[in-house]
Design a protein around this ligand. Structure first.
Ligand code: PLP
Length: 220
């Protein structure tokens, strides 16, 4: 087994059916994705639209592609035909655009609301109040080509595992409390949290999707 295949197998074993693994392949060449794919793995995450599109075009078509990076509305059209889930939705405007582009392809695209949980200025995301504003917006009911499938968050970049655990626990609590807003276009099932350094904590705290890059493919 290749080292990449081994890393993937080990992580899947660690998360033990509690969460699904997204292999984050940003900056890695197609040959590296091929190696993962050839071991039977088919769920990849990218943070830039152009890079994801280039890889999509060159890879087999049975891959689940996850957009995990900050997204500008004008880029949505390039991936609307194939993206499986967009983790980084942070405005109603972006949802409107995703809906519009998904409609052109007669698809329903799963979206996650990105919530700000770390205490770092650099991380994108919504507050609880902003998330509720989106979930209760009357416009949302007219967006038939998207579904809000859950929440995403990134923990602080720190060695303090208690701090990270608290952030993930807070996001899980928010996820539970927002279940009252489920309706036709909202079905909060997925909690995308956990990266190479903290995915085990995240799974303990209720993550359903971990986004792991460097622990599989090495540093970038
Ligand atoms: C890069 C990235 C990851 C993976 O990071 P690693 O530390 O390499 O596992 C996860 N989520 C997002 C949003 C990222 O940009």
């Amino acid at each position: 087994m290749s080292e990449i295949a081994e890393n993937i197998a080990n992580i899947i074993q660690t998360i033990d059916g509690k969460a699904r693994l997204i292999a984050v392949t940003k900056t890695k060449p197609v040959a590296t994705l091929d190696e993962a794919y050839n071991s039977g793995f088919k769920r990849f995450g990218e943070n830039k639209v152009q890079e994801m599109v280039e890889k999509y075009e060159r890879m087999p078509k049975d891959i689940e592609w996850h957009m995990i990076g900050h997204l500008q509305s004008n880029k949505v059209k390039y991936m609307a035909s194939f993206v499986s889930m967009i983790h980084s939705v942070d405005s109603l405007k972006l949802l409107r655009e995703i809906n519009k582009e998904a409609l052109k392809h007669n698809r329903v695209i799963d979206c996650l609301l990105q919530i700000f949980i770390a205490d770092e200025e650099t991380k994108f995301g919504l507050s609880k109040e902003e998330a509720i504003e989106i979930l209760t917006s009357p416009d949302l009911l007219t967006f038939k080509n998207i579904r809000i499938a859950g929440l995403m968050g990134m923990g602080s970049f720190t060695d303090d595992s208690d701090k990270i655990r608290n952030e993930f626990r807070g996001l899980k609590n928010l996820f539970d409390s927002l279940q009252i807003y489920n309706h036709d276009r909202v079905s909060l099932k997925e909690l995308s949290m956990g990266m190479s350094g903290d995915y085990q904590i995240a799974v303990d705290e209720g993550s359903t999707l971990v986004r792991v890059g460097s622990a599989i493919f090495g540093g970038r």
